[in-house]
Ligand binder design. Sequence first.
Ligand SMILES: [Fe+2]
Length: 417
Amino acid sequence: MNDNTLGLGLLRQPKSVLFGPGQRRQLPLIAKSIASSVLVVTDARMAASETFHEIRSGLQAQGIAVSVYAETEPDLPRENVLAVVSRYATSATARPIDAVIGIGGGSCLDLAKVAAVALVNQHDVREYYGEFRVPSPGLPVITVPTTGGTGAEVTCISVVYDREKGMKLGIASPHLEPYAAIIDPELTLSCPRGLTAATGADALSHLIEAFTAKAKNPSPEEIATKLYVGKNRLTDLFASHGLALLNTGLPGVVRDLHDVDARADVMFAAYCAGMAINTTGTAGAHAIQSPMATYSDAPHGFGVGALLPYIMRFNLPARVDAFAEIGRIFGVADASQPLVDQAHAAIRRVEALLETVGAPLDLKSIGIRPEHFEAIASQSMQATRLIANNPRALTHEAVVAMLQKGYDGDRSWWEIE
Ligand SMILES: [Fe+2]
């Protein structure tokens, strides 16, 4: 059954995407075409690496003035954005900055995207929390990811942790769309096993949430004013290809962290996931994971991964067709069998992939306790945009029930047999 009655195809994307082992060496020429003075945003670990030294020298060899902010912290605190704006918005640099390059994991890329608009507009990032709140374009941004997971290299959203508000807030705006993404799988070769697993689980959750999202059949006005307008032909193209790549890529990369082909497949899948969620948005697993982070030190990818078995089971009655198709993409479902059996096989395969990378499949092992359930459920229901994306209507009671199943690690049930 196809509920995309408009036959819609819609993507939001960078102007250029360059993918492949070694393609980071193209960065200086792409930067030179738009800038003579750049701000590179990264973290301390990356800034100390030989690879970073090479990238910086390559930019300078093209006559580009390079400023470096290397203090990006995990879970991007708002203070990092304020620091970049106060340091680089004025004449503090010899030449005014005219492009921002983000090199690193999701936090570094998110900081590059949001700083690029904050630098021009000289705003506190707080003014941007929400959807379509950024008033005008910023500096062009080039993203260079070093993990295969978040998809932040192509999305027009940044997530900031606001310490005073005690929560993470999203800034979603077409003005955050990067100018170019340079995706080089060689940059992930040194990514350690735990981080590889967590970012891989995140990419898998993005692909599942995008492919099982609702087709919203948006009006012309909604297309013009909303970022997340539902599953469509183009998001399906990316999500289905990403799922096929992760199906073999994730087991390959945990078998050998230095397997460049497997690294490339996982990184391409993460890119596909970013392309898909940039139009569909994420859904229930992401709505519930965000408040869970208050009680759990588990990385984002392990949090959403641990929720997947339960939210997939909950969503199954609303998306039997899509889950069955995932089963066929994974090669674990027989098209001659009933759709519900194919869908069950897909969900079991997602769990097997999570298990293969060593991602937790229950909530107890990541620190969630029954006394947290009510608060997590209440806060997740406030993530109204993500809740609205979920294919089956979520209620406070349904979230609490899922948290209980997740805590017990109870995967013995199906909503439909
Ligand atoms: Fe995510």
